[in-house]
Design a binder for this molecule. Structure first.
Ligand SMILES: *Cc1c(COP(=O)(O)O)cnc(C)c1O
Length: 402
């Protein structure tokens, strides 16, 4: 029974907007009364190929007519195919399919610990992460992120995770002990505020891991599948991880996560060590294979890079127009952020996200006073320009009269 004090039977965990959408087409969402919005939130980096992409829709429909779910008791051809495609285009040899980013991360954490367990170092269980990280909302991934605001009230923090200040290589070096199993990092922190880890730093972490015989684990749940203009963001630094979690964009709206690993790193994950009832079901695999068709098409990623650069230029112009409001522009490809000046926006990014919404532009707030842009990778330059014009109008609305 819903009490009269509330108007919904849902958990109150989300501070939702009043907006709701009935349908989507490419980079646009429409309300029931046909109001059009430009979707530069992309369902938080999920709608990688836009809404209603014909190739993805037909792949889903075709599979829906055949079989939806059989469980991992049986071979699933779509899984074999998708895993092999990842093996062909990434560092990975082995893939496990899950249903979300947090689950992909759980598999990554288990894989890293189990690697040391079967290789004669069972004491190596601790994982080092950077402050400001976000790895999901399960008990272990919350501990990995280490953010007090998310951990409060949920009982003992899962053990085995230590944080060092963002980008502090010396602190990371000093934190490694003979109990360290892995370093876990987002190549660009998403929720933390589009904080780009310098390529030099990623290369340094790779060296540090090699030196100490520990594993480098990438959380590319948000940065992966073309978001930054490379298939995976670590490619920009010219290094490879041992283990990587992905999700968001690979499902394009279908809940899918995956953990990718080298043969060596995955050596402990033998029969019975991990599992998922839904993970990698035929429907999801049909969708993800279709997403890869689009993202791996010749020239697609180069276009993402070019569109990202163009938007960055326009954001720089915006920063020139509003020097008292905008602190910095950050990000890579189509994972971009506009950092607002704290004194101009003492209440955080909420009012700016709201102002943009009034101009029918959807964005997402992030840490560090950052407004995030995560549009479909398929946006046109016209749509990108329209989005910046709307952002400009939103800034004009909030500019103090003088
Ligand atoms: C969104 C996100 C997660 C969690 O993904 P869910 O699908 O919400 O569980 C983990 N890591 C990063 C970097 C993310 O952006």
């Amino acid at each position: 029974m819903v009490s009269q004090a509330q108007d919904s039977a849902l958990y109150s965990t989300y501070a939702r907007s009043e907006l709701s959408f009935e349908r989507g087409e490419g980079a646009r969402l429409y309300t029931a009364d046909n109001q059009e919005y430009l979707d530069f939130a992309g369902g938080v980096a999920v709608s990688s190929v836009g809404h209603g992409h014909p190739h993805i829709v037909s792949a889903l429909k075709e599979q829906a007519d055949k079989v939806w779910h059989v469980s991992n008791i049986y071979k699933i051809p779509g899984q074999e195919k998708l895993a092999q495609r990842f093996a062909d285009v990434t560092f990975a040899d082995k893939v496990f399919f899950a249903n979300s980013g947090a689950e992909a991360m759980e598999c990554a954490i288990k894989t890293a610990r189990r690697y040391h367990f079967v290789n004669g170092a069972p004491e190596r269980t601790r994982i080092l992460t950077f402050e400001g990280a976000f790895h999901g909302r399960t008990l272990a991934t919350l501990a990995a992120g280490g953010q007090e605001k998310y951990l409060e009230g949920f009982g003992p923090k899962a053990g085995g995770f230590d944080q060092v200040p963002f980008g502090d290589h010396e602190a990371m070096k000093a934190a490694i002990t003979d109990e360290t199993a892995a370093i876990l990092i987002e190549p660009i922190q998403g929720e933390g505020g589009v904080n780009v880890v310098p390529h030099q730093c990623l290369r340094g972490l790779r060296e540090l891991c090699d030196e100490h015989g520990i594993l480098l684990v990438m959380d590319e749940v948000q940065t992966g599948v073309g978001r930054t203009g490379k298939l995976f963001a670590h490619e920009w630094a010219g290094i490879t991880p041992d283990i990587m979690a992905i999700a968001k964009g690979i499902g394009a709206g279908f809940p899918i996560g995956a953990c990718l690993a080298t043969e060596k790193a995955a050596s402990g994950m033998t029969a019975g060590t991990h599992g998922s009832t839904f993970g990698g079901n035929p429907l999801g695999m049909a969708v993800s294979n279709a997403v890869l068709d689009v993202v791996l098409a010749p020239g697609f990623l180069e276009e993402v890079q070019q569109k990202g650069l163009r938007i960055k230029q326009r954001l720089a112009e915006l920063a020139d127009t509003y020097p008292d409001q905008i602190e910095s522009i950050r990000g890579e490809g189509l994972m971009l952020g506009l950092q607002l000046k704290a004194d101009a926006f003492p209440n955080g990014v909420g009012p700016m996200v709201e102002a943009a919404r009034k101009h029918h532009l959807l964005t997402v707030g992030a840490g560090n006073n950052v407004v995030r842009f995560l549009p479909p990778l398929t946006i046109t330059l016209d749509e990108a320009n329209a989005a910046i014009d709307r952002m400009d109008a939103a800034f004009a609305d909030l500019k103090p009269a003088n």
